[in-house]
Write a protein that binds this ligand. Structure first.
Ligand SMILES: O=C1O[C@H](COP(=O)(O)O)[C@@H](O)[C@H](O)[C@H]1O
Length: 232
């Protein structure tokens, strides 16, 4: 794998720069294949970027947006990544996009994972764009250190799709796309902000087990080059 660091003066400049890059990639995918797919992360970091992206003038009706990972909570729960995307990305011009939720009212998280894995197959693969975040514990997607199914989630043998994950510190049961689904995106971005996360990234880039800092699975083994977007 190779990585390229894009540094910005502040979060606002990063949001605009990343929105330019992603809207360009989505427009190219629509021009080439007639449709585009993007999987985005939740958490606190992507809000300004989502707002910037939602204003970009592309043919959003041909774009499907989904999530890299989600909490097993309905979309009206304040901790839902779906809610974050609905409030900040599925607005303005991007309102015309289709959204593929990971949470389903399916009785169990395992059943929801089965349903959404089948639905995601229809998107084709690889994803045109995947935007990952990273926690200060080195998790990405819902690949948490100590996660109940971490080994399975990051194994190259585990097929594409969505699986469940439980982890201390993760709160609710999670739904997460597997490593196989994310690692070969046509454009693979890691979006992090703050000196603290830059330090975590430096630690992840040093030697050590992937299970201690699961972002290492992406940094070391992703088929796609990783474009790292960072601002202080
Ligand atoms: O739990 C999660 O956290 C990470 C990072 O979130 P942040 O608040 O530190 O930006 C995020 O990438 C992931 O999608 C989310 O579920």
């Amino acid at each position: 794998m190779s990585a390229h660091l894009h540094e910005f003066e502040n979060g606002a400049a990063l949001a605009e720069g990343l929105a330019d890059r992603i809207s360009g990639a989505l427009a190219d995918a629509v021009a080439t294949r007639g449709r585009a797919s993007i999987a985005v992360s939740g958490g606190s970091t992507p809000k300004a970027f989502f707002k910037a992206l939602s204003s970009r003038d592309i043919d959003w009706s041909k774009v499907t947006i989904t999530l890299v990972d989600e909490r097993f909570v309905p979309a009206d729960n304040p901790r839902s990544n779906h809610l974050l995307v609905a409030d900040n990305l599925l607005q303005g011009k991007a309102k015309a996009a289709r959204f593929l939720p990971l949470y389903r009212d399916a009785g169990s998280a395992e059943e929801a994972a089965r349903i959404v894995s089948a639905d995601a197959e229809a998107l084709g693969h690889p994803f045109d764009v995947v935007i990952l975040g990273m926690g200060t514990d080195g998790h990405t997607a819902s690949f948490f250190p100590g996660g109940s199914r971490l080994a399975e989630a990051i194994s190259p043998e585990t097929p594409r799709g969505v699986i469940t994950m439980e982890a201390e510190g993760a709160g609710e049961t999670r739904l997460t796309f597997t490593f196989a689904s994310l690692q070969d995106a046509r454009l693979l971005v890691l979006h992090i902000e703050g000196q603290g996360k830059k330090d975590v990234l430096a630690a992840a880039e040093s030697e050590g087990p992937e299970t201690d800092m699961p972002i290492r699975a992406i940094l070391r083994r992703a088929a796609a080059p990783v474009d790292i977007y960072w601002a202080p």
